[in-house]
Write a protein of this length. Structure first.
Length: 184
């Protein structure tokens, strides 16, 4: 399609395309441990999600698996599960400016779900440095992650309350900065 002149929709598209590349994501702090408590040790992107055409009330889902690492001292790891993480196809395929804004807000919301699981895993690994009941810690980690992620969705209405979402983003970013197991 050819546009003659500078109409408003062309400018909106160009401005939106520029801005979506500059939208800030959660402030991620990588971990100095090898291997890190989270895989990946970075926020997921839409490339990590499977596009789906499901009839769901939700627009996306972030799935995390918690695993025990065979090493001394014992460690746990949160792994982003690509096979169970999905996003509705129309959200990531649309070029409408409103949908692009929605896509970026939804991605930040989903990234925070992963970050919450990572913070809890980091905290569990700190505890494991002095307490070696690995099975109980894994159960506690799974239960805590489920409870906190449900609370996050409830508080933010799945990311649709901007002020609450922003507060969670700030709190989680601060926790990522302060919670990290030490090398031994």
């Amino acid at each position: 399609m050819t546009h003659s002149g500078n109409n408003g929709s062309t400018w909106v598209f160009l401005l939106t395309a520029f801005m979506t590349g500059c939208v800030p994501h959660i402030a991620w702090v990588t971990e100095s441990l090898d291997p890190p408590s989270c895989i990946p040790d970075a926020p997921p992107t839409w490339k990590d999600y499977t596009p789906q055409n499901w009839k769901s009330v939700h627009s996306a889902q972030t799935a995390v698996r918690f695993v025990i690492l065979s090493r001394r001292p014992p460690r746990l790891q949160a792994r982003f599960d690509r096979t169970k993480s999905w996003v509705k196809s129309h959200i990531i395929e649309s070029w409408y400016p409103y949908d692009q804004e929605l896509r970026q807000r939804l991605l930040r919301h989903e990234q925070l779900h992963f970050a919450i699981s990572c913070i809890l895993t980091r905290q569990a690994n700190i505890t494991l440095q002095s307490d070696t009941d690995l099975d109980k810690m894994l159960l506690l980690l799974r239960a805590s992650a489920q409870r906190l992620n449900l609370q996050y969705d409830k508080d933010t209405n799945h990311g649709t309350i901007p002020t609450r979402q922003a507060q969670w983003e700030t709190d989680v970013s601060q926790q990522l900065e302060t919670v990290s197991p030490r090398k031994q």
